[in-house]
Design a protein around this ligand. Structure first.
Ligand SMILES: *Cc1c(COP(=O)(O)O)cnc(C)c1O
Length: 386
């Protein structure tokens, strides 16, 4: 009988032990719902940490992006630019608003939105007198900054505001600025697999106090200030609960440790696997500082005939969870027929990439096991080729 080795997960929650105290406070004070001191404090702590002037705690990162689009008045008939190489949570809010996504390919330096394609499209529209997109979603994929210098300039030049999807990038930087705080509106996720978690949750950050006020209102069913329930517009039930905000407060205390551990894990993979023929790692664009939410590798087909799916299966047989990179949105059945500008880079990343276990609670012995299994999988297959 084969003895199962313990499961190594891709990116599991990693509690600090401090969370329980804040949750207990919520119970003791009976602030159980969507108002309470944990929410207020969690928002203040995120502001302090990131330098954002305002923060609004929400039920998910997707909700934060959705509200970001609402704040920029994205509606039916509008176009919104978005990277194709991302998670659907970046893009679905465009559809919620009845708007149309225009998918843009990635550049190779950071795997994020290609500023040249963005500018080309905005120039083309300007020349032909076609309405500009109402907004542009910029994602910092796997925790690495997009080319925010170029994208911010283009955004200002053509008047297309950016919603910064920093769901994977809390704790990462562009220059001296924390990701999420560079555009007017940024979104964080505290989903269970992110750098820190509230079990499920998100945060909208903004430098604009009117946006912050409006985000809070929209997140509480757009209730007007009146003694009764008065509504002049449609809102959502998007606020975070005071209990989950308690988990967030405990997690925020150890954010630095969590990010630095993820960076170390990436360096450990690189050091141990760089000599394996056919393996390349996530690039490191000079303009930013990665959170390395997930450590990723690419298989170079000129040096190895191993397919990502084969490597993932080999790891799975060792009870190790790995995953393909994001499948481009323009290749998703649900977005069939959408406009995509370029797309080859995103397709190539999807065809060649693997996300490795990257949780900050990964032990040295886990890293040994994973790297041993990768070496073996890469070797066995490459030998049968020769
Ligand atoms: C996780 C994630 C989201 C959505 O966050 P949720 O909290 O799961 O709603 C959005 N965009 C990206 C890039 C993500 O990784």
């Amino acid at each position: 009988m084969k003895i199962e080795k313990p499961r190594i997960w891709l990116s599991p929650p990693h509690m600090s032990g401090l969370e329980a105290r804040y949750i207990q406070d919520a119970f003791d004070s009976n602030w159980i719902s969507s108002v309470g001191p944990n929410i207020t404090e969690f928002e203040l702590e995120v502001q302090e940490l990131t330098g954002a002037e305002h923060a609004v705690a929400l039920s998910s990162g997707t909700a934060a992006i959705h509200l970001g689009l609402r704040l920029h008045d994205v509606g039916a008939g509008d176009d919104v630019l978005s990277p194709s190489f991302t998670f659907c949570g970046s893009v679905n809010p465009i559809i919620y608003q009845g708007a149309t996504p225009i998918f843009i390919d990635s550049e190779r330096l950071s795997w994020n939105l290609d500023p040249n394609i963005v500018e080309g499209e905005l120039m083309r529209r300007s020349r032909l007198g076609i309405a500009q997109p109402k907004a542009m979603i910029v994602v910092h994929i796997y925790g690495q900054s997009a080319d925010m210098h170029a994208l911010s300039q283009i955004s200002a030049k053509y008047g297309v505001p950016i919603v910064e999807d920093a769901a994977e990038a809390l704790g990462a930087f562009h220059g001296d600025s924390m990701l999420g705080t560079i555009a007017d509106i940024g979104a964080y996720s505290f989903n269970g697999n992110k750098v820190i978690t509230t079990s499920g949750g998100g945060m909208l950050v903004t430098s604009n106090s009117a946006f912050a006020e409006r985000a809070k209102k929209l997140a509480t069913q757009a209730r007007e200030p009146a003694p009764h329930y008065e509504h002049v517009e449609i809102g959502y039930n998007y606020r975070m609960s005071n209990i989950l905000a308690g988990i967030g407060r405990g997690q925020l205390k150890v954010l630095d440790d969590r990010v630095s551990r993820r960076r170390d894990i990436f360096q450990a993979y690189k050091a141990r696997l760089e000599s394996v023929p056919g393996l390349d790692f996530t690039p490191d664009a000079a303009w930013g500082r990665h959170s390395h939410w997930l450590s990723c590798l690419l298989i170079n087909p000129t040096e190895s005939n191993v397919k990502p799916s084969e490597l993932i299966t080999a790891l799975s047989e060792e009870n190790i969870e790995a995953r393909m990179l994001w499948k481009p949105m323009h290749q998703q059945p649900v977005f069939k027929g959408s406009t995509v500008l370029g797309g080859g880079v995103a397709e190539d990343l999807f065809e060649r990439g693997v996300c490795l276990p990257s949780g900050s609670n990964l032990e040295e012995s886990d890293l040994e096991r994973i790297c041993f299994s990768i070496r073996r999988a890469m070797q066995v297959k490459n030998e049968t080729k020769n």
